[in-house]
Ligand binder design. Structure first.
Ligand code: GDP
Length: 331
């Protein structure tokens, strides 16, 4: 049967009362790119915003196989077991192309998926990283207004996705594998700079010693890096998601991080900076979208690109002609 259309009032009331079906539909609404849906979604978000913001927002990344879903399941159960309500979101800009999200998948988190104090939502398949990030940030408002006080945002290191997720959360955590000798080989350049915490997972059985050794090496590596946040020096921990060891220490460090930032007065400032950067990211995305979709620009681009390739015109002159076609005469 056709579902009843919901008004903004219906969405707000349903989300606020924690109605899971309405929460899911509200997220589908913010994921939509149809102009009418966008308008409705913004009306809803403006009303939900005063009720959002109280959650711990934690980003989690790591290479495939490091144990992200096992870890999120263990951490999530630990948290719901101590009275928290946990939302798990995912940012995976490749999910549309690969035909189904590998992240935030309920079938990978079977216990947490059935927990009534947990809400798992796979990555929107909105295509571009900007689109996926926009939807995820707005989804965060929805789940926080619904009363979830911990939001875990999972991402896999594709392109810029870690940097994007790090800029929508309070704390960014990188899961690592215990490994001998070449610990620092597998990690993407720049990831240590944005990590607030490194967690060496799979520190169990035969891996225990190697995990400790890896932890020492990472501590050394972090030590020589310029500290990104003046109020927090990144921590290195070990845990086993499989046998659920060290999970409470990880959560303790998340809380410690928040206390440190709040004590220094930089917690609200960090969030405020993220909101302003998000606004400008949307301006840029929409400007570029409008430019690329502009009929006169589209008609002009092939010949201009060819002229630039052939050296018949300079990139600067071609850029000016594109902007003029778009209607910007003095840019
Ligand atoms: P993801 O791809 O990062 O989400 O990784 P998964 O959570 O799917 O885990 C990949 C594999 O590693 C699975 O076979 C898990 O059972 C295993 N695994 C995850 N965490 C641990 C751990 O703490 N210890 C051990 N020994 N294996 C783990």
């Amino acid at each position: 049967p056709r579902r009843r259309t919901l008004s903004v009032d219906d969405y707000v009331a349903g989300v606020r009362s924690g109605d899971r079906a309405v929460i899911a539909r509200a997220i589908t609404l913010v994921e939509s790119r149809k102009p009418a849906h966008r308008e409705l979604a913004q009306e809803m978000l403006v009303r939900l915003l005063p009720h959002a913001g109280a959650a711990h927002r934690v980003g989690i990344t790591g290479v495939p196989g490091v144990g992200k879903s096992t870890f999120i399941e263990a951490l999530g159960k630990h948290l719901t077991g101590s009275g928290h309500k946990v939302a798990v979101l995912a940012v995976d800009p490749t999910s549309g192309r690969s035909g189904g999200s590998i992240l935030g998948d309920k079938t990978r988190m079977t216990d947490l998926g059935q927990d009534e104090n947990a809400f798992i939502r796979p990555s929107p398949s909105a295509g571009t990283l900007g689109g996926v990030a926009r939807a995820t940030r707005e989804t965060m408002v929805v789940v926080e207004a619904a009363g979830f006080d911990v939001v875990l945002v999972e991402t896999v290191g594709v392109g810029q996705s870690e940097v994007t997720v790090a800029d929508m959360v309070d704390m960014f955590m990188v899961l690592m594998l215990p490994g001998a000798g070449d610990e620092l080989q597998g990690i993407k350049k720049g990831i240590l700079e944005i990590a607030d915490m490194l967690v060496i997972n799979k520190a169990d059985g035969d891996n225990k010693d190697r995990a400790q050794r890896a932890a020492r090496e990472y501590k050394g590596a972090l030590h020589i890096l310029q500290q990104a946040d003046p109020d927090w020096s990144p921590r290195v921990l070990t845990c086993s998601a499989l046998v659920e060891q060290g999970i409470d220490e990880v959560w303790g460090t998340v809380k410690e991080h928040r206390q440190a930032l709040e004590a220094a007065g930089s917690f609200e400032r960090k969030r405020a900076g993220q909101q302003v950067r998000w606004m400008w990211a949307m301006v840029r995305d929409r400007l570029i979208g409008a430019l690329e979709g502009h009929p006169e620009v589209k008609a002009l681009v092939p010949e201009l690109e060819a002229a630039v390739v052939d050296g018949d015109t300079t990139p600067a002159v071609a850029a000016t002609r594109i902007l003029e076609a778009f209607g910007l005469d003095h840019a």
